[in-house]
Design a binder for this molecule. Structure first.
Ligand code: C2E
Length: 209
């Protein structure tokens, strides 16, 4: 009887071990699915859903603890023209090129995302307005510093440029209002001829003047 119980125990131990392995595999898989749901597959940046959640958390933290928060919205200039002229595959490469430059400057605690088709967003917690604007200016000139080539034909794609709008958050301002101000600043950059950064502060002072 003792031997039978011993054998039975060994079998149960093996089953338990294999269940542990299975649970750990499922946990890893779940983690991967969760990561995929928050990531833009083409650029590997966060997607809009992940960004909106982060922005909410960062704004709530700003209301509670003070400090600074800035938000930049970035748009690739004349992107539709790239797609129409060179095709979607080349358009995708342009998106990856811009995303790669953005991710180089978007280390923690900054958060960057592909926000829409050719639109990106970066939130900067804890940095002064002039630091943020300096970083964006560096990003703009970095992206515009290279001419891209179409890989399949080696055609010269020319220079890719971005326009951006940045807004520095007022305490208790909703994430949506902050977005709207950054968007309005982006519109100013576009109207002023593209390939530039505009700040919502400047828009306010321009309007006041
Ligand atoms: P990717 O093709 O996966 O390249 C990733 C990184 O590998 C590039 O980052 C760059 O650091 C390096 N790399 C790849 N190919 C070359 C090359 O021929 N010469 C040099 N010097 N480095 C190379 P990077 O530059 O930030 O680009 C990120 C993504 O942007 C690339 O991903 C690609 O999808 C796109 N991209 C960049 N430049 C071009 C270009 O001239 N033409 C096209 N079609 N796509 C480009």
């Amino acid at each position: 009887a003792t031997r039978r119980i011993q054998r039975h125990t060994v079998v149960l131990e093996r089953r338990l071990e294999s269940s542990h392995t299975e649970v750990s595999k499922l946990r890893n898989h779940l983690e991967q699915v969760r990561r995929d749901a928050m990531t833009d597959a083409l650029t590997n940046l966060a997607n809009r859903k992940a960004f909106d959640e982060k922005l909410d958390t960062i704004c709530a933290d700003h209301d509670e603890h003070g400090g600074t928060v800035s938000l930049a919205i970035i748009d690739i200039d004349m992107f539709k023209r790239f797609n129409d002229t060179w095709g979607h595959q080349t358009g995708d490469q342009v998106l990856r090129y811009v995303a790669s430059a953005i991710s180089r400057i978007a280390q923690m605690p900054r958060v960057a995302a592909r926000y829409g088709g050719e639109e990106f967003a970066i939130v900067f917690p804890g940095e002064t307005a002039s630091q943020v604007e300096h970083v964006l200016e560096t990003l703009r000139s970095d992206i515009a510093s290279r001419a891209l080539r179409r890989r399949s034909t080696n055609d010269d794609l020319g220079v890719v440029t971005i326009s951006a709008g940045v807004a520095h958050r007022h305490k208790n301002e909703s994430p949506l209002q902050l977005m709207e101000r950054a968007d309005a600043a982006l519109y100013v950059s576009k109207r002023a001829g593209r390939n530039r950064i505009s700040s919502a502060q400047n828009i306010l002072s321009e309007t006041a003047a």
